[in-house]
Design a protein. Structure first.
Length: 113
């Protein structure tokens, strides 16, 4: 598979990791839109939320654990943050591996763009 996030999760491509567990990896986005912009990805390939199934309990709890660790470690727990996932090209998904953007560190606009 030629999925760039699968390669990052497998350690085949470099990334500035900020959290890792058995089920997920979190790393800094190379195209930051805010001072804190971290991507949280499951190590197992799922194209989007539509492919998450009832057996993915460990995947989802791992994502939640990573998000909590990122917001705590970066200090945005107190100042506010946004968690976003895009599903499909029309929604802005450019890498077709489920991932969550954790964004904060500045005031965020209220637009959906």
């Amino acid at each position: 598979m030629e999925c760039i996030f699968c390669k990052i999760a497998a350690g085949e491509l470099p990334a500035k990791k900020v959290f890792e567990s058995e089920h997920v990896v979190a790393f800094e986005d190379i195209h930051k839109v805010a001072p804190v912009h971290v991507l949280v990805i499951p190590k197992v390939h799922r194209q989007s939320l539509l492919e998450v199934n009832p057996n993915d309990v460990d995947l989802l709890s791992g994502v939640q654990e990573a998000i909590r660790a990122v917001i705590k470690d970066t200090g945005i727990e107190q100042t506010g943050f946004r968690v976003i996932t895009n599903s499909g090209a029309a929604a802005g998904q450019t890498v077709f591996h489920l991932h969550f953007h954790v964004i904060g560190g500045r005031e965020l606009a209220m637009t959906l763009a």
